[in-house]
Write a protein that binds this ligand. Structure first.
Ligand SMILES: [Zn+2]
Length: 266
């Protein structure tokens, strides 16, 4: 039975024991996870491991958004789904898989394409947002919503053998947003898995890093990937980190800085 508070009864102490044993996480961290709300946009290659790990970790309320249906060609990498899900909405197939793994969490499945207003509403209602989408337009829309709502954003991307992860903590006025790093361009060339291909385990690696960063953001442990872009080249299995700063002229986040808030002549 689902407790309304983040109470650690015997079943929970057992289920989450290997997390509770971690000094950096402990009982307090587990209670934060149970009380947390995560928004996962995309129930595909990245969203699959991200959602599975967050549900397994006991993130109390998970909203899974995807307007697509499960196809046979998804099953090479989208491990949230199986043969029984073919033709079903990914959000609903995913919700069933998460609840089968851990009935201790609440999962809301949204089969919809989100416009800016709806994204902002959902971002406001979340403690952390995971961008597991597969196109620039959605990524920028999620970023705008997270900047407006001041909700931390864990962003992941994967194509062919290349993956990238970063965290944008929009609660910090000096932290960069997604647009600071990847300015929106009309002529941006977009590679899609559907036409380009992607190594199955690569999306598992990237989505798992996203889950780890989301757990860190919720529990407050460690050092998040803020201001750092982590890249992986799975063909050579090389990982790199580059540091980046906020763009003071960024049209999405520039106005939130302390300079803009200061009163003139004050
Ligand atoms: Zn920005």
């Amino acid at each position: 039975m689902m407790g309304d508070a983040a109470v650690l009864d015997d079943a929970r102490l057992t289920r989450y024991a290997r997390h509770i044993l971690l000094d950096e996480l402990g009982i307090e961290g587990q209670e934060r996870l149970l009380a947390a709300r995560a928004l996962i946009v995309g129930a595909g290659g990245l969203g699959s491991p991200a959602a599975l790990y967050l549900a397994a970790a006991g993130v109390g309320r998970i909203t899974l958004v995807d307007d697509d249906v499960v196809e046979l060609s998804n099953l090479q990498r989208q491990i949230l789904h199986d043969m029984t899900g073919l033709g079903r909405p990914k959000a609903e197939s995913g919700r069933d898989a998460l609840l089968a793994l851990n009935p201790d969490v609440q999962v809301r499945a949204l089969v919809e394409r989100l416009d800016d207003a709806r994204l902002r509403e959902l971002a406001l209602d979340a403690d952390v947002v995971l961008d597991c989408s597969d196109n620039f337009a959605t990524r920028h829309a999620i970023n705008r919503a997270c900047v407006a709502a001041r909700t931390p954003l864990v962003s992941g991307a994967a194509i062919k053998f290349s993956g990238q992860i970063s965290v944008y903590d929009l609660r910090d006025a000096d932290a960069p947003c997604y647009h600071c790093l990847f300015p929106e361009a009309d002529d941006a060339e977009e590679l899609r898995c559907a036409t380009t291909g992607v190594l199955g385990p690569l999306v598992g690696m990237v989505g798992s890093v996203q889950a780890a960063e989301a757990i860190k953001m919720i529990t407050g442990m460690g050092e998040p990937l803020v201001g750092r872009l982590l890249s992986v080249d799975a063909l050579r299995m090389q990982w790199h980190t580059i540091r980046f700063r906020r763009d003071p002229d960024c049209p999405v986040c520039a106005r939130r800085g302390p300079a803009a808030a200061a009163s003139p002549g004050g």
